[in-house]
Ligand binder design. Structure first.
Ligand code: LER
Ligand code: MN
Length: 271
């Protein structure tokens, strides 16, 4: 069964990002649980920012799953990416994400590689950058496997990365580099910019999709933009997707209304 989730970001540097909740962890969890979400997607500054025992208590108290953990803080705070020409930076990026994988795995949650993939730098070679990214995903996919979870790779729109922008590009990358235990994130906001037909692409690459970011064309909650959601929801159901549909959207007009609109849209399309 498809599960609902809502993002909670606890990284001060990215407060203005597309996160439904971004203040207090427990308060946000309490609200998410009261609205009926199945899980939360967490963005933390590092793997040790939250005491796992405390999080275990909260997860039990509010009966919420951890849908996934974001790793973007590694880039935003420390400037680390998996495609940096400097091997020391790539090494640090891998160890930052490894720790996030171990943290998430305590809760059965996979880690997401989004902005941590980086970019081909102005004077670097594209093939080389893609090889570095593949090397990182290979190591991290295995790390996730050892922790009994999987790794999520997210194609981003062209204004955020010049590496891979489409689900098809992500599928080719996984196959060409024989990446094991790596699944794709279908972020409906990025797909709205990059794909021809979102529903067709979801049907075509359904077997590779391990996580979905739920946001409208303008990155506001579903229903507040012009994305034609019914055919997309139909495609998600048709591929027998059983992961999380997680609201990574702006808290517009505020966190509560954004979360409430999201869970209503989720019920309308998936229940
Ligand atoms: C960034 O645009 C995004 O979609 C995030 O999920 C990546 O960390
Ligand atoms: Mn996303």
């Amino acid at each position: 069964m498809i599960k609902s989730a809502v993002t909670i970001a606890l990284v001060p540097q990215i407060k203005s990002g597309p996160w439904i909740f971004w203040e207090d962890l427990e308060q946000s969890m309490e609200k998410a649980a009261a609205m009926g979400f199945d899980g939360i997607e967490l963005f933390t500054p590092s793997a040790d920012a939250i005491d796992p025992n405390q999080l275990k208590e909260l997860v039990q108290k509010y009966k919420l799953q951890i849908a996934a953990v974001g790793t973007g803080a590694g880039k935003v705070i420390h400037g680390l990416t998996l495609s940096d020409p400097d091997p020391k930076i790539r090494e640090k990026a891998i160890s930052f994400i490894s720790e996030m994988i171990s943290f998430g795995a305590k809760f059965g949650a996979p880690a997401i590689i989004g902005s941590m993939q980086g970019n081909v730098q102005p004077n670097a070679n594209r093939e080389e950058a893609l090889t570095w990214l593949a090397e990182g995903l290979e190591i991290l996919g295995q790390k996730a496997k050892e922790a009994s979870t999987f790794l999520i790779y997210e194609p981003l729109n062209q204004y955020e990365t010049n590496l891979i922008n489409t689900l098809g590009g992500g599928r080719d990358f996984i196959e060409n580099h024989r990446l094991d235990n790596v699944k794709l994130l279908a972020d409906l906001f990025h797909m709205n910019i990059e794909e021809g037909s979102i529903d067709q692409v979801i049907r075509e690459y359904g077997a590779y999709i391990g996580h979905i970011h739920f946001a409208d064309s303008n990155r506001k909650p579903i229903g507040m933009g012009h994305t034609d959601m019914p055919p997309i929801a139909k495609a998600i159901l048709e591929i027998n997707y059983s992961g999380f549909v997680s609201a990574e959207a702006f808290p517009f007009p505020n966190s509560e209304i954004a979360a409430e609109s999201t869970i209503q849209a989720f019920r309308k399309y998936f229940r």
